[in-house]
Design a binder for this molecule. Structure first.
Ligand code: UTP
Length: 297
């Protein structure tokens, strides 16, 4: 088995019901933080980690994603004519080389595990990354790159992990810790969405994974788990029962759950405040809102 990770799966076949009616016609991953769609942040993170092949698991209604990665000769010519070189560069960076990107359909939203399984023939016998584009992580060193570096030292299955408040743990996959080594945690069990009070820790799995090809074989069993879905967490947990290593990796960075409205809005404000050309205006507006709220109390 090759040890270098060069392929990443982006499961984007979910229904995005929390953003209806917007997601009736726009894929969630095309929604923007300031001026860049969520998927662009995920692609940039993957590129920084050395990923060369990008595999999208899509579904009906996701054509806007394919268009986004395509060349846009007319738009590019227009920007060139107008001398908008910076924008032109920005637009060119969004298109993908021929053959670097592949699309596979998941015909029914049977769960994240099933979405990953749909890409099995494109992965073959090598470790691979999975990135959920609705988890956006702001970090000095991109999260996936941190993980790839840790993976080179500790090959095995690795999931991004983050401490979450106790009352929210049961909406996540949760790690049962065998040994806590600081940023790396070895894991003796994993549960998807444990009932409140039964969670093994408050260390939750976030949408970045480095996985061995054995996971795809485990997914062949197509066992349904929490919520009646085929869960990626269960396929990873199976590795532990077979005595193979699974690690949690506490990444350095701030994670925003852009699959939820509140997380998406927080990310929008945070990313806008980090842009010098927007910061002062937005800060002034936020102060005004807070003052009005406080005066009303
Ligand atoms: P979510 O649990 O956020 O589901 O999926 P969702 O459909 O995107 O959104 P809601 O909950 O209805 O609002 C987590 C990730 O797994 C992908 C989603 O596209 C998202 O990136 N996914 C989920 C699939 O690709 N297929 C599935 O069957 C389920």
């Amino acid at each position: 088995m090759k040890n270098k990770i060069s392929k990443a799966i982006f499961p984007v076949a979910g229904l995005g019901t929390r953003f209806l009616p917007a997601t009736k016609s726009i894929p969630k991953e095309i929604m923007s933080l300031v001026d860049r769609p969520l998927i662009q942040y995920a692609i940039d993170e993957a590129r920084a980690a050395g990923i060369k092949e990008f595999i999208f698991v899509t579904s009906r209604g996701k054509a806007a994603l394919e268009d986004y990665f395509d060349h846009a000769p007319q738009l590019e010519a227009e920007l060139k004519k107008k001398g908008k070189t910076e924008l032109l560069e920005e637009v060119k960076n969004t298109s993908m080389d021929s053959g670097a990107i592949a699309y596979i359909r998941q015909h029914k939203p049977l769960g994240l595990g099933h979405a990953v399984w749909c890409a099995r023939r494109l992965i073959g016998n090598e470790p691979f990354a999975v990135i959920l584009p609705d988890d956006i992580i702001a970090a000095e060193k991109p999260c996936l790159q941190q993980m790839v570096e840790a993976f080179e030292e500790n090959p095995g299955n690795m999931v991004a992990a983050m401490e979450v408040p106790k009352e929210r743990v049961s909406s996540y996959g949760v790690l049962d810790i065998k040994e806590d080594m600081g940023s790396l945690v070895s894991v003796k069990g994993m549960v998807e969405k444990p009932p409140a009070g039964e969670e093994p820790s408050n260390l939750a799995v976030i949408g970045r994974y480095l996985l061995t090809p054995q996971i795809l074989k485990n997914l062949n069993m197509k066992q349904t788990g929490a919520g009646g879905e085929i869960q990626l967490t269960d396929a990873i947990a199976h590795e532990i029962t077979e005595g193979r290593p699974v690690y949690g990796y506490r990444f350095r960075g701030q994670r925003f759950d852009c699959g939820s409205k509140s997380g998406y809005l927080q990310a929008t404000v945070s990313f806008a405040l980090s842009r010098p050309e927007l910061r002062d205006d937005l800060m002034g507006f936020l102060r005004e809102v807070v003052n009005v709220e406080q005066a009303a109390e």
